[in-house]
Write a protein that binds this ligand. Structure first.
Ligand code: PHE
Ligand code: CO
Length: 290
């Protein structure tokens, strides 16, 4: 299926058409999933993955949350790009999730539908060597290393499924973009307060060389307690470190606070203006480090 240029409505507000080959000789399904094109990985691709993994794994202690560190070995091989099916054997067993290959960013509704069915879309291509330190779009390293370990945590895994169900509903209520911001500030850039201090659970932080230190330790960014309406009003930048992060105390808290019907929130949001990325509202104070 040649899907043209789907709008990347979930990962951010970008004018660029998404990278990735959506034609694939008819291999892309109507739900945007496709076979992982394992044969097309070159030695250089595997080497890029190996070097990214090694560098990132080394800086996790003290910065990544316990659930992430505990599940990272479940990704399997670290010296080359893993086969998705190998990871799935373990992931299905742990939480009933599976990962599916996609050619790149996909539109909002099919994205929500995959999540609602406990299927996590993973981009199968890897960045070029010159993008080693920073890439704006998700590639296989971001999607696997950043997202998949967290899907081994039962509560977090349930949250992401329910987020997908909520996304379908939000889409039909015209609130998909607002709810996408909650994904951004939790699944992608969330921080959690553990007994030993602040840690990252968001994939955009965990897969980034520089942002891990910035998010967890730098005095620069604002850190606020997670609030649904506040996050859904908050714009974000997709091409720089975040200037505001939202902090939770536990995944149970995240799961419980998102359980109520969001329809009244979407109504309220219609009359509340957006907040610029990095701005603080009157009376807001950043939480301390630690
Ligand atoms: N409870 C939300 C609703 O009714 C759905 C949702 C669940 C949203 C989990 C985000 C996360 O719309
Ligand atoms: Co991501």
């Amino acid at each position: 299926m040649n899907t043209g240029s789907p709008t990347p409505a979930v990962y951010g507000e970008s004018e660029r058409p998404p990278r990735g080959d959506y034609a694939r000789g008819g291999q892309v399904q109507a739900d945007y999933t496709c076979p992982q094109d394992y044969a097309s990985y070159t030695d250089a691709d595997h080497d890029t993955y190996r070097r990214l993994y090694e560098r990132q794994a080394a800086q996790l202690p003290g910065l990544a949350c316990d659930a992430f560190i505990a599940a990272l070995p479940s990704l399997g091989v670290k010296d080359r790009i893993p086969r998705f099916e190998d990871i799935n054997a373990r992931l299905r067993q742990a939480t009933g999730w599976e990962i599916v290959a996609v050619p790149g960013l996909i539109p909002e509704l099919p994205f929500f539908q995959l999540l609602a069915n406990r299927r996590f879309p993973v981009t199968d291509w890897i960045r070029r060597p010159e993008e080693f330190d920073y890439i704006v779009e998700p590639d296989v390293f971001h999607d696997l290393f950043g997202h998949v370990p967290m899907l081994f945590d039962p509560t977090f895994a349930d949250y992401v499924q329910r987020y997908g169900e909520g996304g379908i509903k939000a889409h039909h209520l015209g609130a998909g973009e607002k709810l996408a911001r909650l994904y951004w500030y939790t699944v992608e850039f969330g921080l959690i307060r553990q007994p030993q201090g602040l840690r990252a659970y968001g994939a955009g932080i965990l897969s980034s060389v520089g942002e891990l230190q910035h998010a967890v330790r730098s005095p620069q960014p604002h850190r606020l307690p997670l609030d649904l309406v506040r996050t859904m009003r908050s714009r974000y930048k997709i091409d720089s470190y975040q200037s505001t992060y939202f902090v939770i105390d536990s995944f149970d808290q995240l799961f419980d606070m998102t359980a109520p019907d969001f329809a009244p929130l979407y109504e309220r949001l219609k009359s509340e203006p957006d907040i610029e990325a990095g701005a603080l509202l009157p009376g807001e104070r950043s939480l301390g480090l630690g």
